[in-house]
Design a protein around this ligand. Structure first.
Ligand code: CA
Length: 219
């Protein structure tokens, strides 16, 4: 999953970026509303964390433009303490959830997981595929009950494939969700991650569609 954080407070923005990267997300961080608007127009994100008090274009403006363009990605707004009016206005303008500053990284991570789950049309927190189970909150994978050790990227890739089981995921879609601006993926990095996943989970689980991408067939 690739997230955009729009936050002008350097300490908070840095903390959120580092924390969410540790959780395996590809994260881009912008510090004003115009940069957020541009990034949202030109890149593909799965979720936006949006501070309302941003320079150049405030968070409400970013949100209004986003929804006017028909972009449906989940938006989590960050509001100042006791700013009830901000929360209501943000939710009514198309935000999906809010968090009051000071932000707890654990709570933010849990809300991001919940929003991602709802965006994927899934109420069940665990992802299952036959005897394979992925727990996004605990960041654990088991195969027939036995734990499987995955790297951060392998975990993210597997989660993306499980969220879209039965659908073909193109290389571009998978790479967009794995890599942010700071990462320059090697041309064969995706193949390497898939190769490792197959070694750990069984060669048959992930199918290659030559020249197109990969799919996890419905079990
Ligand atoms: Ca701010």
């Amino acid at each position: 999953m690739r997230l955009l954080i729009a936050e002008d407070d350097p300490q908070l923005g840095d903390g959120l970026t580092v924390g969410l990267r540790q959780d395996g997300y590809a994260v881009d961080w912008v510090k004003d509303g115009v940069a957020a608007d541009l990034a949202l127009k030109t890149e593909t994100y799965d979720l936006l964390v949006l501070d309302l008090g941003l320079p150049r274009l405030d968070g409400m403006g970013v949100l209004a433009h986003l929804r006017e363009r028909g972009q449906a990605l989940p938006v989590l707004i960050l509001t100042a303490r006791d700013a009830t009016g901000d929360k209501i206005a943000g939710l009514d303008a198309g935000a999906d959830d809010y968090l009051v500053k000071p932000v707890s990284l654990d709570e933010l991570a849990a809300r991001v997981r919940a929003l991602a789950r709802r965006a994927a049309g899934r109420a069940q927190p665990l992802l299952r595929h036959g005897d394979l189970v992925l727990d996004p909150a605990a960041r654990e994978v088991t195969l027939a009950g036995a734990p499987v050790e995955l790297s951060t990227r392998e975990f993210s890739l597997l989660q993306m494939l499980l969220e879209n089981a039965g659908r073909v995921m193109t290389r571009a879609q998978l790479e967009a969700s794995l890599y942010g601006w700071r990462d320059e993926p090697d041309s064969n990095a995706l193949e390497v991650h898939i190769h490792h996943l197959r070694k750990k989970l069984g060669a048959e689980r992930i199918k290659t569609l030559r020249g197109i991408g990969y799919t996890l067939p419905k079990p």
